[in-house]
Design a protein around this ligand. Structure first.
Ligand code: KG4
Ligand code: ZN
Length: 347
């Protein structure tokens, strides 16, 4: 089963070809991230325009390379999978329209993919497949969730964030410290140079044991930064990057990262003890975080096979992989003439 996957929910245009849900044959990601960096966050109109510019060249490059290397053509591709939500409307429209057009003109079945569920499937691109029951910690710019899969397509959301997502917290803390967007990698880099015992940031207490909250931690970081420069809560956060010195920034980044990571690690361990899954995976952009990978591996009694970081952030490979599993399970494809985007799609 060979599936072409298309991902265009935000600022990445990802296209990939996956065989049998476990073998990555081709993979290409184009990104408009560098343009958004100048603004400190993704600008939806710019992201959509970039999707329009990249989508056909990236699909062509991937399909041409696959055809050349395997001496085959479109005939060898069994179906197309595309993200139809959640994400930015303009960006989603470009990928879904491209996929729908190809499905019609090349006469291929079309599979619609939930972006967040797709992130989990980056972990199946491996010779050794995760086993069910499978506990997945989904940590991205838009989501923080613990999801228990009893089988493919059968899952239960154990808990999720009640406010900000963990990736969003990294991005907001980067802004407070004057570090570049996206905040995950830049905060992490600063954190490596800082003292993670310098400040104690509080962890949230929530009624539901598997829910998460990150807005309080973000506010604690802001208050700490203001008091470090001798100001009170009225000081505008936009002035902080110039007023904080390198050591203060690194220490705040280190203490924030330690707390942000320990919140998700502790809940994952608690869920592991309650549900005793056979496998644990982490998914989404924040799964690229080295501290999270190390801390979780040290706390879990079972081995955890992490997907490589380039498959944790947005890509077409995870979409093609989930598409393979849908096709292999005989799930009926969608009508390419009628596939609508769902920007607020939930798991
Ligand atoms: O999954 P993703 O590429 O897009 C969404 O679906 O949201 O995740 C993007 C998020 C951003 O918030 C980014 O700051 C975060 O993932 N991120 C990281 C790291 N790399 C990316 N967070 C922490 N550490 C990283 N190394
Ligand atoms: Zn994502």
């Amino acid at each position: 089963m060979i599936i072409l996957g298309i991902e265009s929910s935000c600022d990445e245009t990802g296209v990939a070809i996956v065989e049998d849900g476990s073998k990555l044959l081709e993979n290409k990601v184009a990104s408009s991230m560098s343009v958004h960096s100048e603004y400190g966050g993704v600008i939806p109109e710019i992201a959509a325009r970039a999707q329009l510019e990249y989508i056909i060249p990236v699909i062509s490059e991937v399909v041409d390379k696959f055809s050349r290397e395997n001496l085959v053509g479109w005939d060898a591709i069994d179906g197309i999978a595309v993200t139809y939500g959640a994400g930015l409307s303009g960006s989603l429209l470009i990928g879904t329209l491209a996929a729908r057009t190809l499905a019609i003109t090349k006469n291929k079945p079309l599979y619609s993919i939930n972006h967040v569920e797709g992130h989990v499937y980056a972990n199946f691109l491996n010779e050794k497949q995760p086993e069910f029951p499978l506990l997945s910690l989904i940590v991205s710019g838009g989501h923080t969730q613990l999801v228990l899969f009893t089988n493919h397509f059968e899952y239960r959301v154990l808990g999720q964030t009640v406010d900000d997502a963990i990736g969003e917290a990294f991005d907001k803390v980067a802004k407070i410290l004057g570090l570049p967007y996206p905040g995950g990698p830049s905060v992490s880099m600063a954190a490596k140079l800082g003292n993670d015992n310098k400040f104690n940031f509080p962890k949230p207490r929530l009624d539901h044991k598997y829910n998460f909250s990150y807005s309080g931690l973000k506010t604690s970081v802001l208050r700490r930064a203001q008091s470090e420069v001798g100001a009170d809560y009225q000081l505008s956060s936009t002035l902080l990057p110039e007023m904080l010195n390198e050591e203060q920034k690194n220490d705040i980044a280190a203490c924030f990262e330690k707390t942000a990571v320990s919140i998700v690690v502790e809940k994952t361990i608690e869920a592991f003890n309650e549900y005793t899954p056979k496998s644990v995976v982490i998914a989404g952009g924040v799964a690229a975080n080295m501290r999270l990978r190390n801390d979780l591996a040290q706390s879990l009694p079972i081995n955890i096979d992490y997907a490589p970081p380039y498959l944790c952030t947005d890509n077409g490979a995870m979409i093609a992989t989930l598409g393979c599993y849908k096709a292999m399970a005989g799930i009926p494809p969608v009508d390419p003439k009628n596939l609508a985007i769902e920007p607020n799609l939930k798991m």
